[in-house]
Design a protein around this ligand. Structure first.
Ligand code: BGC
Ligand code: IFM
Length: 812
């Protein structure tokens, strides 16, 4: 069952009922000012950091679900309704929500009045524009009152939810014409404020929530709206809001366009402490000036379109499969941008108050983003690397605003360092910009401790070499990619946090997954070293990688698949010997991706075992059999009921690893079969089972052991976005950036047919035609570049050459 449909031409998902199984959201904003917006107008805004600079308030665990947002109430006679239906939930006569690239549009009508609300954040301004067009389609004159509503958050969202003894006394606002300024904290910090304005005269306003809603009232039917009269209240402490009342008379057929603007302003740093205790309104006035006319707003919206046109033109596919085209050309890339911007901070499943940027998460997000805006990828890499410690280990998370490591979580996830190599190698391949390696980067953000980015990579690599366990496999530390595989926590008592460090952290548990990573990214480190003139280190790295390869064969192979780990007592995890958790997905995917066991015939065996033991119609599960009870020696993983999350859920993130691994051994049919199972567009028809947004990936789908097998959770912010984009674009469709050029070597299902691709690579455009007359799954028989036969699939990049016309003839 569907709750809408794709409009590929407009690059929108059109939701046709407000009653989606869960709020289906979108993100507005590209760099600083961001908003989350659901299909019923719920959500919130923040500037750069969802925890520290939260502009509007959201309520978690709220009833009704998703019941705070930027709302417009229309009072038409006795009827009160909202364009997105919330919060009044008054049934409307028609409803449509269109989520597009950086904007959302709500078109609904009631009693002959149509509301068309467009919400977006301009590409180069720190504000959200809400353009509301009201049209009277009835044959009677209408006299209506319109009320806007935003509830301000007192900036630090965590503090805002907890520290009431202080916060109920700090709220301050100021009203100037149609503009409500929210200036709480300005008294103390004098550096930022927000405002909410409209480009029209207003009849009244409110800034005190209690006055507007009425004491003890929810926001569905505010007293001021029911009575048709705002109180002109000026908040002092308590709960500051902004509401404008605008009374309108609309003749039959008449429209009225209103532009609401929620802005965020900062004072220049040097004014910070000298400014008197009144806000400097100049930046707000300048913003309001820029977006107060219909033409200006139309132009800003066009610019947003142009921004996305340009980004999405960097990689385009035309195949016979509409799902592939839609995901590759639109939604998968869009989600890669969102995960790059948000990391794991703000979604409807991450409150924006806990996790900020993840070291491993953001490094992986870069894999799917770097082709879009390489300059921002560069900047991000340097930020991430600056949270690394001198010994190569790293803070697991950091705060987006301060860019400082998160002390509460600390370090100790032993896969983290290697992800930095993954990110940097992807950047180098995409851009050829080796100068990044010479950038001086701090350790732990301390100026006195700095070295080149290359040296950071060297320390990442060395960290694994110097942290090997009894089998010479990498020590797992607190966990590897699988956060919940806490093999050193055997002495933890029930109720103790999994995240604490201390004496219970046993030193010896080992990870075969990290070994796979080390082989894969160790080779990259060797290549980077050689290409940047560190031949001695390249050779050392190659030899360490070769040793690890052998170690995996000796101590990491279980007979039919790769072992997962050894626990703190040296017992196997993910082995046929285990009663539960006999096989895990991660090492099968990653070891094969690293090339381990391909020549030895083990790769095929491992992937066959995955198909036999982990496959379901909704995707590949992370492990089997599920853990049915809690294991002290395994940690958080067994705390989940069977089938959920890391305990035998379908973790969408590592499905592409297995799909890509299949392409390593040339099985395009199977690679694509795996791709399809979790692909949003392919499973749109089962939205009532899947439940999360059908246009983006979710982190997890409940596995076969779960009561709600097939139900997804945690949409949007997941490494799945980047990895599936890599899988589809690089492994299946086969266009892989490499240090010297573009390698083109598709691995597709037999019946996939021919396809065309365009790919911007550095400053050139590649126009690629793939023909497959013999319907092979893999294999390139002939290559032509600009009409001339060419030897090999690597088409070297030549400086100055702006266009490449490539034909790839696949064949046996
Ligand atoms: C979750 C994991 C997550 C981890 C983050 C755990 O509670 O279950 O999925 O990766 O927290 O540190
Ligand atoms: O690898 C992690 C990721 O960092 C956060 N989400 C869950 C994954 C698996 O535990």
């Amino acid at each position: 069952m569907k709750f809408g449909h794709f409009d590929d031409e407009a690059r929108e998902y059109v939701i046709t009922t407000p009653a989606t199984p869960l709020p289906w959201i979108n993100y507005l904003g590209t760099e600083g000012f961001f908003s989350l917006i659901s299909n019923t107008c719920g959500g919130y805004s923040f500037y750069k950091d969802a925890k520290l600079l939260r502009i509007t308030r959201y309520r978690y665990n709220a009833l009704p679900i998703d019941s705070n947002g930027k709302y417009y109430y229309i009072k038409d006679g006795d009827t009160i309704w909202n364009p997105g239906t919330m919060p009044s939930k008054t049934p409307v006569d028609s409803y449509e929500c269109r989520h597009g690239m950086g904007y959302s549009r709500f078109i609904s009508s009631k009693n002959g009045l149509e509301a068309n609300l467009l919400a977006f954040v301009p590409v180069d301004a720190s504000c959200e524009i809400n353009r509301l067009v009201l049209t009277n389609h009835s044959d009677q004159e209408k006299q209506i009152s319109l009320f806007s509503y935003v509830e301000f958050c007192l900036w630090n969202a965590m503090d805002d939810m907890t520290n009431f003894q202080r916060n109920l006394s700090t709220g301050e606002v100021e009203i100037e014409g149609s503009t409500v300024y929210h200036k709480t904290e300005y008294r103390e910090r004098r550096n930022h404020y927000s405002f909410f304005t409209v480009n029209s005269d207003i009849d009244a306003y409110d800034t005190s929530r209690d006055e507007f809603l009425g004491l003890g009232n929810g926001n569905a039917f505010p007293d001021a709206v029911t009575e048709g009269k705002c109180r002109n209240s000026v908040a002092s402490g308590w709960y500051p809001i902004a509401s404008h009342q605008i009374n309108l008379t609309l003749q039959p057929g008449e429209s009225r366009e209103l532009i609401f603007l929620l802005g965020y302003c900062e004072n220049p740093q040097d004014q910070k402490w000298e400014a008197p205790n009144i806000i400097n309104k100049a930046p707000a006035h300048a913003l309001i000036e820029r977006f107060s006319t219909e033409e200006q707003v139309a132009k800003a919206f066009d610019n947003l379109h142009a921004y996305w046109d340009q980004l999405l033109s960097r990689y385009t596919v035309k195949s016979h499969d509409p799902h592939v085209n839609r995901m590759a050309n639109i939604w998968n890339q869009y989600q890669c941008m969102i995960t790059f911007n948000m990391s794991r901070s703000a979604s409807y499943y991450e409150s924006g108050t806990g996790r900020g940027m993840g070291f491993r998460d953001s490094c992986q997000d870069l894999l799917g983003f770097v082709h879009l805006i390489p300059e921002r990828a560069r900047e991000r890499i340097l930020d991430i690397a600056a949270t690394q410690f001198e010994d190569g280990s790293a803070y697991h998370q950091y705060q987006p605003l301060t860019k400082k490591g998160n002390l509460d979580i600390g370090s100790g996830f032993n896969d983290d360092p290697l992800w930095l190599i993954a990110a940097v190698s992807a950047y180098l391949k995409e851009t050829g910009d080796f100068s990044i390696l010479d950038e001086m980067v701090n350790f732990d953000n301390q100026k006195e401790k700095a070295d080149t980015l290359y040296e950071h990579l060297h320390r990442s690599f060395t960290y694994t070499c110097t942290h090997l366990g009894p089998h010479k496999l990498p020590l797992i530390g607190r966990a590897d990619w699988n956060d919940c595989l806490n093999l050193n926590c055997f002495s933890k008592e029930p109720g103790e946090s999994f995240q604490t460090t201390g004496p219970s952290e046993g030193p010896v548990a080992e990870s075969v997954f990290i070994a796979g990573m080390f082989v894969k990214y160790g080779k990259e480190f060797a290549d980077i070293s050689r290409l940047s003139g560190h031949e001695d280190l390249a050779e050392q790295a190659e030899s360490a990688v070769a040793d690890m390869y052998q170690t995996v064969l000796d101590a990491g192979w279980d007979g039919e698949w790769f072992l997962r780990a050894y626990d703190a007592e040296g017992k196997k995890v993910g082995s046929d010997e285990c009663e539960e958790g006999k096989i895990f997905i991660e090492p099968q995917g990653f070891c094969v991706l690293a090339g381990i066991g391909v020549e030895e015939g083990l790769a095929e065996k491992a992937l066959d075992s995955v198909k036999e033991r982990l496959d379901t119609k909704y995707g590949v599960m992370i492990l089997q059999p599920a853990y049915t009870h809690y294991y002290l020696n395994l940690g958080e993983i067994s705390s989940y009921p069977p089938g959920y999350k890391e305990n035998a859920g379908i973790f969408c993130h590592n499905n592409p690893w297995v799909s890509m691994a299949e392409t390593v051994i040339g099985r395009g049919n199977r690679a694509f079969e795996i791709y399809k199972k979790t692909c949003p567009s392919y499973i749109e028809d089962i939205s009532e089972i899947h439940r999360t947004e059908p246009y983006v990936y979710s982190q997890m789908v409940a596995g076969a052991d779960a009561k709600f097998h097939g139900e997804a959770k945690n949409s949007w912010l997941t490494g799945t976005a980047a990895w599936t984009f890599c899988n589809l674009s690089q492994a299946i469709l086969g266009v892989q950036p490499s240090y010297k050029g573009l390698t083109i070597d598709p691995c597709i299902p037999e019946d996939f047919g021919d396809f065309q691709l365009t790919r911007r690579f550095r400053d050139a455009m590649y126009y690629i035609d793939v023909v497959n007359p013999d319907h092979v799954q893999k294999g390139v028989q002939k290559v032509t570049v600009d009409g001339k036969d060419y030897d090999g699939c690597l088409i070297p990049f030549e400086a100055g050459k702006k266009e490449y016309h490539v034909t790839i003839h696949m064949g046996a």
